[in-house]
Design a protein around this ligand. Structure first.
Ligand code: ADP
Length: 307
């Protein structure tokens, strides 16, 4: 039913009333409305009703998905942190046990042969170096997380920095049967953070020794070259390589390819995350590709435009 107020009676009115307000008559025409219009109006109301319900359901759904995603991320992070803490404790315990054992044997005079004494002293030094590398990684990671990492960029020769690390790591590598070859290209003096570059190469060599341990070919090649606006540092090993699907994720912090329970190697999952952060601090990158016939080539690019 609709209505209309007018001065005249309408032909379509089903009921007419004359209203007298004292200042002239006003005619109220009550009219029947087109049923099609009512149907249209009802459909429109239905549309609104279901539309509103759909939007509410969608919003609640999205909220639930994002809550679930957040909770899942938290659980994953908590698990990774647990793994990390147990990995760090394990990594600390192993060299400390060796150091204590060798030191005790030497202290008590149980080792008579001069050659053996030299070897044990060497082991103590190497195990302490391994401890320092681990602690350095953890401290650097914590500094980066808290935004406290400061870089000291100076002009220098990357090849000198790389060679120093290679010489430092050579005894450790050869103790595990590895030979390190170098192929250092000619690089112009560049601005870089020496400690960061040292840690990049240390971590890459440490990984090569760790993951290619059971391979036939135990050569590690360290290359440098200038290419497309970057100084490249490459470390190539001939171990198992990195599966295609993992080539991005290995650079995430705490991420390690194997499950914690089946893992053959020790580590904290911080090494490559730090390598990537240090490369980014030099406006650079890190990537991993396949070596021939097998193995991994880690390439770090440091921008020539630094400073
Ligand atoms: P960690 O060495 O402590 O496990 P990293 O961040 O250095 O942590 O490395 C992450 C993962 O990447 C390793 O757990 C390993 O699975 C893989 N990876 C790193 N370097 C190599 C390599 N040279 N060959 C094969 N896999 C590697």
């Amino acid at each position: 039913m609709g209505f209309e107020l007018s001065k005249t009676e309408s032909d379509q009115a089903v009921y007419t009333a004359i209203l007298d307000f004292g200042f002239g008559d006003l005619i109220l025409n009550l009219m029947e409305i087109d049923p099609g219009w009512i149907g249209h109006k009802v459909r429109w109301l239905y549309g609104w009703y279901f539309g509103t319900i759909a939007i509410v359901v969608l919003a609640v759904g999205l909220g639930l998905v994002s809550l679930w995603h957040g909770a899942w991320q938290q659980v994953r992070l908590a698990r990774q942190k647990d793994d990390f803490i147990s990995a760090v404790s394990h990594e600390l315990r192993t060299p400390l046990t060796s150091i204590r054992m060798y030191a005790e044997m030497l202290e008590k005079g149980w080792v008579r042969s001069g050659e053996k004494q030299g070897r044990y002293h060497g082991s103590i030094r190497q195990e302490s170096e391994r401890l320092s590398r681990l602690i350095e990684n953890v401290l650097d990671f914590s500094r980066i997380q808290r935004g406290r990492k400061r870089y000291h960029f100076t002009l220098g020769d990357i090849n000198t920095a790389v060679s120093q690390v290679v010489e430092m790591m050579r005894p450790y590598a050869s103790q595990h049967g590895f030979a390190i070859q170098t192929d250092l290209g000619s690089l112009a003096p560049t601005t870089f953070d020496k400690d960061a570059v040292t840690q990049i190469v240390v971590n890459l060599l440490d990984n090569a020794v760790k993951f290619a341990r059971s391979s036939q070919d135990k050569t590690i090649i360290v290359r440098t070259k200038a290419q497309d606006g970057y100084n490249l540092i490459e470390v190539e090993d001939h171990g198992p390589g990195v599966p295609h699907a993992e080539r991005r994720r290995i650079f995430e912090e705490f991420y390690r390819v194997e499950a914690e329970s089946t893992r053959q190697t020790t580590g904290t999952g911080l090494g490559l995350a730090l390598v990537q952060r240090f490369a980014l601090a030099h406006q650079g990158f890190v990537r991993v590709t396949e070596a021939k016939p097998q193995g991994a080539i880690f390439t770090v690019g440091l921008s020539l435009q630094m400073g």
